[in-house]
Design a protein around this ligand. Structure first.
Ligand SMILES: Cc1ncc(COP(=O)(O)O)c(C=O)c1O
Length: 425
């Protein structure tokens, strides 16, 4: 057994803090940085406690401030997402997705979701939550040329199958799904529309991208740590339309969270989540707009430099993500490693044409997110510099070791020294 020491652990933490916060360009599309104000509340007594049950109906004593912070978080969540109810106890979106599968479906029920190459998160598939609930999973028809769902084909399948639940949204998610059109059909079939907005939650909170609940989705859920720049966790919000389709829906969701899937719901998350909600109320629109502008600019600059950017004909993206095809330069797996060696962190990604069984280690694509660089104050002109770094590593094959120092210096410019769109000042 290795003889691990306290120093080894504390050094690991400080190395992580220095490398990922101060030296790298973090462009993983599912990550973000909290503000200092939110971060300062992470270390609190809430870390030590339980609050089983609902606000005002807990199993244990000692709840007065726990109830208060949870109610504040619920109120702010409802306000930011303009929803009729909010459930804030799911510690991850994967658990939130699973809670819905258990709340609304029985084993073998028909269920529709996109495939992984079309952008699905693994929770909608056989190996994730939908499989855990033994759902009969149907693929939502997808038009790869339009980077979106084929509504006409989907309408036919919905009308024939009449599923209880479908999932829209996804992990590779460049363009809004046609919620309004699909909602019209789901009214006829009494199908619940579950919109997994994990990736785009911060853009939705800022009033950009699309507004799923207002367009007809019954439930919107998502991680609170991707474009929504809060602590790791999830929220579930919904509209009265769900209660019309299913009057006991809220109680069903709540029961599946606790006692179904979670006992302690990581109370430490609630103060930083409430603070991030306040920040999004005030600065969310500007942050979301800048994030999308930066993604579109990055797409354009990468394209100009000769990197094949997906969906060029549609303006590259309407979200925080840019997807590039780097197959001709050795594939996404190798490119992601070279980029990391130069202090740019993003992830390899399957593209539509990739074979799920053989291309996992070195798929054709990279998925790149601009939300965290935007939080650190980067603008459209900075995306030009970022794109040049990518081209030097991917196309020119410059040694990552040589560029790394330059990238660290770029990252450490004083204008990128603090988190924007926050209550830090
Ligand atoms: C669309 C989507 N849903 C759910 C998840 C799972 O999120 P969490 O890590 O909060 O469980 C992800 C993760 O990346 C995702 O992309």
């Amino acid at each position: 057994m290795p003889n691990h020491s306290l120093e080894e652990i504390t050094t690991c933490v400080s190395n992580q803090d220095r490398w990922r916060s101060l030296e790298t360009l973090n462009m993983i599309a599912s990550e973000n940085s909290m503000s200092k104000t939110a971060m300062n509340t992470v270390q609190s007594d809430f870390h030590h406690r339980y609050a089983e049950g609902l606000v005002g109906q807990r199993a244990y004593q000692g709840q007065k401030f726990q109830d208060q912070i949870e109610q504040i978080t619920i109120d702010l969540t409802k306000e930011v997402f303009r929803s009729d109810f909010a459930e804030v106890r799911a510690p991850t979106a994967t658990i939130a997705n699973l809670a819905l599968f258990f709340a609304f479906c029985k084993p073998k029920d028909d269920y529709f979701a996109t495939t992984v190459p079309d952008g699905a998160h693994i929770s909608y598939r056989k190996f994730g939550g939908a499989g855990c609930r033994s759902l009969t999973i149907h693929n939502i028809p997808y038009n790869p040329d339009k980077f979106n769902i084929d509504v006409n084909q989907f309408a036919d399948q919905l009308l024939t199958t009449k599923p209880k639940l479908i999932t829209l949204g996804g992990s590779v998610y460049l363009f809004p799904h046609p919620v309004t059109e699909i909602a019209k059909i789901c009214k006829e079939t009494n199908t619940i529309i579950h919109y997994d907005g994990s990736h785009v939650l911060g853009l939705i909170a800022g009033g950009e991208f699309q507004q799923p609940l207002q367009e007809g989705a019954d439930i919107l859920l998502g991680s609170t740590h991707k474009t929504f720049p809060g602590p790791q966790g999830a929220i579930i919000v919904g509209s009265n339309s769900l209660l019309q389709k299913n009057p006991k829906a809220l109680q069903k969701i709540q029961k599946r969270i606790f006692p179904g899937l979670v006992s302690n719901h990581h109370l430490w998350r609630l103060p930083p989540l409430a603070i991030t909600l306040l920040e999004m109320k005030q600065y969310g629109k500007e942050y979301a707009q800048k994030t999308i502008q930066n993604a579109q600019a990055l797409g354009k600059y990468l394209d100009n430099l000769g990197i094949k950017v997906i969906a060029k004909e549609y303006g590259y993206t309407k979200s925080h993500q840019v997807v590039v095809d780097v197959k001709e330069y050795g594939g996404g797996g190798q490119a992601a490693i070279n980029l990391e060696n130069a202090n740019i962190i993003c992830n390899k990604n399957l593209l539509y044409q990739d074979d799920v069984n053989t291309a996992l280690d070195n798929p054709s694509g990279l998925r790149i997110g601009t939300q965290e660089l935007t939080r650190w104050g980067m603008n459209v002109k900075d995306m030009k510099s970022v794109a040049e770094f990518y081209a030097r590593i991917i196309i020119d094959k410059e040694s990552p070791d040589r560029i790394k120092e330059e990238i660290t210096q770029f990252r450490q410019q004083p204008q990128f020294g603090k988190i924007r769109y926050s209550l830090d000042n």
